[in-house]
Structures are given as structure tokens and as C-alpha cells.
Design a protein around this ligand. Structure first.
Ligand code: DX5
Ligand code: ZN
Length: 234
């Protein structure tokens, strides 16, 4: 895989919400491919975050793709309002969805991109039947619900298995990873086949600043040393 083509999707969960527009603009200057927005309802995961109004506000300040990670019990119920707010793509979980194929087709009918997410304990083989219908697979590398958790290393063989499945069934499908991604873990996931990396605290929580953190993470993947210029910007 061409490491230069790996895409970075900063997750605003770790951002300073009092300065969200500026933080997203910085991520964009740092080379973000898309903005990852984590939606939690306190049922599917034991945490609550934000809803469609945040997406609507983001839509006004960036042209980047807004990728909505639905960690909610009834994603179908909220699809329309997130589309109206300016969503480009949805990541929906395999877990807890009794009619995943229907949800995927519904998102397709709304002309949005769709990905299926699987939790650390969920095996790769559950993707077999749905893979031809999706644009992305998201392998969770932490248990969903919180930022700033430790990367679960036992997910690496699964990333490899999903990568092989994608290669055989739908090579254009993206393989995304989410949770605990930083300069140390990012290269491991790319070596296993990931080509889109979600990163929250290693970007928006970085002391060196958002833009410099983007360059540092990109450097860790490509092997290019982070330039001094970026290392000093805060
Ligand atoms: C966790 C979310 C992640 C989270 C990642 O449930 O899906 O997107 O923001 O945060 P970090 O990168 O801090 O692990
Ligand atoms: Zn996420």
C-alpha cells in the first residue's frame, strides 16, 4: 500500500468546543481528509456527546467531508436530520442493528456514503455479506464510548483479515481504524492494511497544537521526519 495515500480523519471528540471552528480549520490546514464526528446517546454506549446542530455549525465553516460515527441505539431514526445538517457519510455499527442491510440501503437512497463499524470483540467474518454494499469498514481499536483510551493490540490481526476480505471482494472499500491512534500505533495499523485513520486526542489534545500534530502523525505513517517548522507551531 502507498503510505502517502493514507487519510487522516481527526475526531472532534477531543476538541475544545469553545473554539470548534478554529480547531477544525487548523486540522484542515494540517491536511485532514475529513472530520470525524462521534455521536453517542447514552444507550448504545455509556456516554453522550452531540447531535445534528453541531454538524450544521461545522458545515458552515468547512468544506471537508463530515463523517458521522453513529454510536446510538436507533441510527435510522436520526438519519434525515443528520443529512439535512450536511453529513457526507455515516458509519453505523454492526452491533445491535437487527436490520443492518436495511439501514445501509436507506443511507444509499439518501445518496450518502456508508460504512459499517465493528467493535473489538466482533469478528471480521460478520462483514462478509454486507461488504459489497458499503464504502468503508471501520474497525474499532478501542471499545466505543470514550476518547483517550489505550489502543487494543489484539485488533491488529483482525485489521489484516478485513484488509484481505476487502482486497478479494471490494478493493475500493476503505479500511478505517478508530481509537488510540497516535504516532506509535498508526504505523502498526497501516502495516496491517488500514488506509483511513481516526485520531482524537493525539490531534486535538496535542500540546504542540493541532496543525503540528497532524504533520507529526502523517510523518509517523510515511516515515518522513516531522519538519521543524511544524514542530514549533502551536
Ligand atoms: C470512541 C470514538 C473515537 C474517539 C477516538 O468511541 O469513536 O472516534 O474520538 O479518540 P482517541 O483518538 O482519543 O482514542
Ligand atoms: Zn469514532
Amino acid at each position: 500500500m502507498d503510505k502517502g495515500s493514507v487519510k487522516l480523519a481527526p475526531s472532534i471528540l477531543a476538541a475544545d468546543f469553545a473554539h470548534l471552528g478554529e480547531q477544525v480549520a487548523e486540522a484542515e490546514r494540517g491536511g485532514a481528509d475529513r472530520i470525524h464526528v462521534d455521536i453517542m446517546d447514552g444507550h448504545f454506549v455509556p456516554n453522550i456527546t452531540m447531535g445534528a446542530p453541531i454538524v450544521q455549525s461545522l458545515r458552515r465553516v468547512t468544506d471537508l467531508q463530515l463523517e458521522i460515527h453513529m454510536m446510538i441505539s436507533d441510527p435510522d431514526f436520526f438519519l434525515d436530520q443528520f443529512v439535512a445538517a450536511g453529513t457526507n457519510s455515516f458509519l453505523i455499527h454492526w452491533e445491535g442493528n437487527n436490520n443492518l442491510h436495511r439501514t445501509v440501503q436507506r443511507i444509499r437512497s439518501l445518496r450518502k456514503q456508508v460504512g459499517v463499524a465493528i467493535n473489538p470483540a466482533t469478528p471480521a467474518f460478520v462483514l462478509e455479506e454486507i461488504l459489497p454494499d458499503v464504502d468503508q469498514v471501520l474497525v474499532m481499536t478501542v471499545n466505543p464510548g470514550f476518547g483517550h483510551q489505550h489502543f487494543i493490540h489484539s485488533t491488529l490481526p483482525k485489521i489484516r483479515r478485513v484488509s484481505e476480505m476487502i482486497e478479494q471482494v471490494k478493493p475500493e472499500c476503505e479500511l478505517e481504524v478508530d481509537g488510540g491512534i497516535d504516532e506509535e500505533t498508526a504505523p502498526l495499523t497501516v502495516a496491517a492494511g488500514a488506509n483511513v485513520l481516526v485520531a482524537g486526542s493525539s490531534i486535538f489534545g496535542a500540546e504542540i497544537g493541532v496543525c503540528a500534530a497532524m504533520h507529526r502523525l502523517h510523518g509517523a505513517i510515511t516515515g518522513a521526519p516531522a519538519s521543524e517548522k511544524w514542530a514549533t507551531i502551536s
